[in-house]
Design a protein around this ligand. Structure first.
Ligand code: TXA
Ligand code: MG
Length: 320
């Protein structure tokens, strides 16, 4: 297992040596390395077993770094950066040559974000390079919201994981591009669309990524997928009755299900709070996956606030 702790200086040293370190953010944990160093970026792809055509987000410390890494930044992007960074928002912009092609999978654009986590901001401020970091889950599996999740998957491959506690938001950043005149949303996430709309003055168009590979949509294994067969249902109680001979792990939004003895029920937010549900989502999906159940049954959450982003994760996790 990796060392897990709060030693920011050690993380700085390792990153300066070109090593990969697990880092906390407000959304999910990341597998971070020097974004300007090809070898470090290659290590990230290798550890995560991520296909080389899927670009990495580059984490920066301030809006000035945006100017260093991107060109032709439109006013809308400046407004979002100014109002919503640090925060769960990734902005895709035309990249400058300084950003290695390896990071962007050969695209002429780069995704940038300032994460809102005090330890990672301190880390970024101590480094003189930005950090490339995908979510720290094996490709295709549920994203990590604690240092322990990262350790479980990559403990043998990492020297250090910076432990910043449980992620406060719990789902990945919202991804917005500015390669056309107006903003386009590519991934629903921790930043609500209504907030983007209020800053931009218009509702951005949505062109959501169906799979990680824009060239081969739907060809890849589903995302966020537990190992246990995972099904979404509109009516948990009825589905439970349909599978009465099975051992079930149930994931409900707000109300506990009167589960029979051999079943187990997880509730995303007993208060019915969408943000709390997002925060609990991935750790509950992982716990459900650890029950040795025959199947996991989950219900959708209301599509208010970031509810749509939660449902997007549930749909992608579903067994097809
Ligand atoms: O919240 C987050 O965004 C987390 C934390 C660690 O920051 N990171 C994250 O990274 O979710 P990852 O690699 O799991 O997802 C990044 C997404 C992918 O869907 C990728 O295709 C997209 O962002 N992306 C990155 N750069 C892009 C680019 N230049 N053009 C289009 N999509 C891009
Ligand atoms: Mg990911």
């Amino acid at each position: 297992m990796a060392d897990v702790g709060k030693d920011i200086n050690l993380a700085v040293e390792l990153l300066q040596q070109g090593e990969i370190v697990g880092i906390p953010t407000e959304t999910v944990y990341g597998l971070a390395g020097n974004a300007l160093n090809d070898d470090a970026v290659l290590k990230i792809f290798d550890i995560k077993q991520r296909p080389s055509f899927d670009p990495l987000i580059v984490h920066i410390k301030n809006a000035a770094s945006m100017e260093e890494l991107a060109h032709s930044v439109p006013q809308g992007a400046y407004s979002l950066a100014d109002k919503l960074w640090p925060g769960p928002l990734t902005i895709i912009l035309k990249k400058k040559d300084i950003v290695p092609d390896m990071v962007t999978s050969g695209l002429d654009t780069v995704g940038l974000r300032i994460p809102k986590h005090p330890m990672t901001l301190e880390l970024l401020n101590a480094l003189n390079f930005p950090l490339a970091a995908p979510s720290a889950n094996p490709f295709g599996y549920i994203s990590p919201t604690s240092a322990q999740h990262v350790d479980k998957a990559f403990g043998t491959r990492l020297k250090y994981i910076l432990d910043g506690g449980p992620c406060s938001i719990g789902i990945e950043s919202t991804v917005v591009s500015f390669t056309e005149e107006k903003a386009i949303v590519h991934r629903l996430g921790g930043m609500e669309l209504s907030i983007l709309e209020s800053v931009l003055g218009y509702r951005p168009k949505q062109v959501l990524n169906k799979s990680s590979d824009p060239k081969a949509p739907g060809m890849l294994k589903s995302h966020y997928a537990p190992n246990t067969p995972f099904y979404l249902t509109d009516d948990l109680a009825a589905s439970m009755a349909d599978f009465s001979t099975k051992k079930l792990a149930l994931i409900s939004f707000k109300d506990a299900i009167d589960a029979k003895e051999n079943n187990v029920n997880f509730v995303l937010s007993s208060m019915g709070d969408i943000s709390e549900a997002a925060k609990n989502l991935f750790s509950i999906m992982r716990k459900a996956d650890e029950q040795n159940a025959d199947m996991i049954l989950a219900e959708k959450v209301p599509e208010e606030g970031i509810g749509k982003a939660i449902n997007d994760r549930l749909i992608r996790a579903s067994t097809t």
